[in-house]
Design a binder for this molecule. Sequence first.
Ligand code: PEP
Length: 251
Amino acid sequence: ETKMKKLIAGNWKMNGSLAANEALVKAMLEGLQGAEPAADMALCAPAPYLAQLQSLLQGSPIAWGAQDVSAHEQGAYTGEVSVAMLKEFGCRYAIVGHSERRQYHGETDEVVAAKAQRALAAGVTPIVCVGETLAQREAGETEAVVKRQLAAAIHTVGHCITEIVVAYEPVWAIGTGKTATPEMAQAVHAVLRAQLAAATTHPKRVHILYGGSMNAANAASLLAQPDIDGGLIGGASLKAADFLQIVASAR
Ligand code: PEP
């Protein structure tokens, strides 16, 4: 199999404004001019800004996506956004099961798997987030936690598992400035790869991203690990130069 490009996906979280987004995206696109990008790229924005990203990024090398998607098709689900709506605004990706949604919105493994399934069925690639808390790591439960989280997705999407993106995001590393060492991250990625290998004959087709305080300074060493196929970038995706430096590190 030919080696696939790495994927660098930004997660803006609940940040931005029309003016700030435009400046940020334009700076990114300017910085990308000339050379072939070293990685595939995506930006995941708050839902109200997806139309803006569609107009700014259409025809560019940067794809865009949402930070969540409903597990339901349509109907009486106040506040939710359906995958059909995301499709209308050109989304290629939807993050599902981000730790902030698991923590603050009570999303269970089953809900996250249902969201992934709903996205896949509509042709939107779910970025399924898994990761242990600090207490779980200290209790030696890291492997069991991430395996349980990924197992729910595998169980629900079946043979479509090669079409998802997995993001390993240790909760203690998100937004904290504490990054997993490349070795720590690689060890978990290898566990996830082995789990995928039990579910599909093409486990290497699945991008397994690392997320958690990845930045311009630490990206290269993380992305050099054999089972780290890209990054999910929070804070550093709000700065064009940092995001582009991470992309350039993905060779
Ligand atoms: C994230 O929220 O997905 C993330 C990785 O955030 P940060 O890069 O800011 O730690």
